[in-house]
Design a protein around this ligand. Structure first.
Ligand SMILES: [Cu+2]
Length: 140
């Protein structure tokens, strides 16, 4: 009988441990805590959430296009020749940046990652994964 009692007590203890482990799993970090890539605060300020094209400021050589909620923000950007555009995927799904004429592509940009390109001429681009997502880079 003593052995049976020990086994019963042991299984109760085991169940308590399993319940504790299961409750710990509820406290995992939520996926919306994705890292944001903002190395240059000044460049981050060039994000313009309005529909109007962003206007480059003197001294700006890098512009950020945020990919969020299935949109390029801003979707129209005016830069100077030789400026760099950084696309940051802050969305929850994969995206890409592909020239409309297929002259270049970023390939897949997973959430939390970014891709950069230097521009010397105008470009229309889209996301080849979600073809309704479109954007434009105007080079002055
Ligand atoms: Cu996309």
């Amino acid at each position: 009988m003593t052995l049976m009692k020990t086994l019963k007590a042991g299984s109760v203890w085991l169940l308590a441990c399993l319940a504790f482990i299961a409750s710990c799993n509820d406290h995992k970090p939520k996926p919306d805590n994705l890292p944001h890539v903002n190395e240059n605060p000044q460049a981050a300020n060039s994000i313009d959430s309005s529909a109007a094209p962003a206007v480059p400021q003197p001294g700006d050589h890098r512009f950020i296009v945020e990919i969020n909620k299935m949109k390029f923000v801003p979707d129209q950007l005016t830069v100077h020749k030789g400026d760099t555009v950084v696309w940051i995927n802050n969305d929850l799904t994969n995206h890409c940046v592909t020239d409309t004429g297929k002259a270049w592509t970023s390939s897949t940009i997973v959430p939390g990652r970014f891709w950069t390109k230097v521009f010397t001429k105008n470009a229309d681009y889209f996301c080849a994964i979600h073809v309704v997502m479109k954007g434009k880079i105007q080079v002055e």
